[in-house]
Design a protein around this ligand. Structure first.
Ligand SMILES: NC(=O)c1ccc[n+]([C@@H]2O[C@H](COP(=O)([O-])OP(=O)(O)OC[C@H]3O[C@@H](n4cnc5c(N)ncnc54)[C@H](OP(=O)(O)O)[C@@H]3O)[C@@H](O)[C@H]2O)c1
Length: 163
């Protein structure tokens, strides 16, 4: 696939990203917003107690990072409205059924809209406690797969893992 066809494919797409605070997820988010600003929506799943905490984490630990400097400079005073239009912070956790998305309306909206899922949530501690590693890196993947199966128009599930 050449770059033009990838950009064409991403136009107007709705994408769920888990692990967006992580090394890989954050680079993915920045790149999508930079190369295809006509993406429809990015749902960023973050571990947080509620939507406000997830949104705060998103601004502190993702959008506020130096990595987003180019986009900030490009959009200038429109940067905040661009982010508000395209990016939604979702409180969730892959160790739970339905990825821990408790709000029914939001969950239905996600099932209806999401076409692409990037699962980059994972524990990358090689000496992690066994039960924690199992719940995130094994059962978490099962939960993401179940979530993807409930999406009405799934096109791509991209899972990254070391193992
Ligand atoms: N980095 C590489 O070069 C590389 C190469 C090959 C494969 N991989 C694999 O790619 C994946 C991502 O790597 P990375 O380097 O981006 O890792 P990372 O920087 O450690 O980020 C891990 C991400 O997973 C999230 N997460 C952890 N537990 C979660 C849970 N229960 N529910 C939802 N999110 C959770 C973390 O969120 P919090 O902020 O809440 O902790 C964080 O955003 C891993 O599986 C890794 O093994 C990475």
């Amino acid at each position: 696939m050449d770059l033009e066809s990838i950009l064409g494919y991403l136009q107007n797409k709705t994408i769920l990203v888990t692990g967006a605070t992580g090394f890989l997820g954050m680079v993915f988010v920045e790149k999508i917003l930079r190369v295809q600003p006509d993406v429809k929506r990015l749902y960023l799943m973050l571990r947080a107690s509620d939507t406000k905490s997830a949104t705060d984490r998103m601004h502190d630990q993702i959008i506020g990072k130096e990595l987003f400097r180019f986009l900030k400079d490009k959009w200038g005073t429109d940067f905040d409205s661009f982010i508000a239009e395209k990016v939604v912070a979702v409180p969730g956790d892959v160790t739970f059924d339905e990825l821990g998305v408790k709000e029914l309306k939001l969950r239905e909206e996600m099932y209806t809209g999401i076409e692409i899922i990037l699962n980059s949530a994972g524990t990358t501690k090689f000496d992690e406690r066994y039960d924690i590693a199992l719940s995130v890196n094994i059962f978490g993947v099962q939960h993401v797969l179940s979530f993807a199966k409930k999406c009405l128009k799934p096109e791509m599930l991209l899972h990254v893992s070391t193992g």
